[in-house]
Design a protein around this ligand. Structure first.
Ligand SMILES: C=C(OP(=O)(O)O)C(=O)O
Length: 312
């Protein structure tokens, strides 16, 4: 199989093996319904060097079970019913137009996970690089069919899903223009339940699908390990402040951490190399100084090493 069958086009960027890891800051609903917060999070993601920010788009009447609409809860905006709260944290078209313009001005992609088919139609008003299927929606065939029909790249998240359910979702979506991410759907996820080797299991089971990682853990090390294991894109929730009100804030990365995460991802991907054993020109000096053969420096060996890569 040619490597190119594993490359997905996201607008002007390419995602897949051999391409820079595509890093997405998941804003989700951490903006708490305030456009100003969304802009600040976009600033943080762009400054950190992320390729994209992501949102979640729901039609509250469809996504909220009818028997929960009237349940009252305390919120930063006072006591309100659950359905009113769901509307309060949802952006409409004007806000997304402003987000679209803002992201363009910052040269950062944005896209979203639609949680229902109306949300797909809503997002299709914009020229987005991709759509995402949240792990919770993996078994929603109607949603998957609607996403397939957009012709855009679709990122399928696989938390809380069995291998059989994942295979079925791939059948519904088709494998030509999808990417898949390994995820554990707990918030925050424990290290012992991240099971990062599943990244390699998915690579083997779906050899023509680029595999990435959607993390909900605290800390950054395990997301960096996912990159070392071959994740071609990475998503982490981002927040302005982990202490802010909202269910996802505590398991999110703050701006400083995001900057470190992207910096370290870039270092790791540069360090992974191409896997071909070679002697670097920069090693010739140390070789001359340090390597001894029968008490003398092996001049011939240096000359040899300066040539073609050495096969092993
Ligand atoms: C919840 C989402 O994704 P994941 O399952 O990857 O966390 C989402 O993208 O809305």
């Amino acid at each position: 199989m040619s490597t190119n069958s594993l490359i997905r086009r996201f607008g002007s960027r390419e995602v897949g093996p051999g391409r820079p890891v595509y890093v997405c800051g998941e804003i989700g609903i951490n903006h708490n319904g305030e456009l100003e917060n969304a802009f600040k999070l976009i600033d943080a993601a762009a400054e950190a060097g992320c390729d994209a920010v992501k949102f979640q788009k729901r039609t509250p009447e469809i996504c909220t079970p009818r028997d929960q609409w009237a349940i009252e809860r305390d919120t930063p905006w006072g006591r309100m019913t659950y359905i009113d709260y769901r509307h309060r944290v949802e952006f409409g078209e004007d806000e997304y137009r402003a987000i679209d313009d803002y992201c363009t001005s910052k040269n950062i992609d944005w896209f979203a996970s639609p949680w229902d088919t109306e949300a797909v139609a809503f997002l299709e008003k914009f020229d987005l690089p991709a759509h995402k299927v949240a792990s919770a929606s993996l078994t929603d065939d109607e949603l998957l069919r609607a996403l397939r029909s957009t012709g855009r790249a679709v990122i399928l998240s696989t938390g809380m899903s069995t291998p059989k359910q994942i295979r079925h979702a791939v059948e519904v979506l088709g494998s030509d223009n999808i990417l898949m991410c390994h995820a554990t759907s707990t918030y925050p996820a424990k290290a012992e339940e991240l099971n990062l080797r599943v990244i390699n299991t998915l690579q083997q089971e779906f050899p023509n699908v680029p595999i990435g990682y959607s993390g909900h853990e605290t800390g950054l090390q395990t997301t960096l390990a996912a990159v070392a294991l071959g994740a071609t894109f990475v998503e982490r929730h981002i927040t302005l402040d982990r202490a802010m009100w909202g269910s996802d804030q505590a398991a999110s990365v703050e701006p400083q951490g995001l900057t470190r995460l992207v910096r370290d991802i870039r270092t790791i991907e540069a360090s992974l190399g191409d896997g071909v054993k070679k002697v670097y020109e920069s090693e010739l000096g140390p070789m001359k100084k340090l390597r001894r053969v029968s008490g003398v420096v092996a001049e011939a060996e240096i000359a040899d090493a300066a040539g073609e890569p050495v096969g092993v």
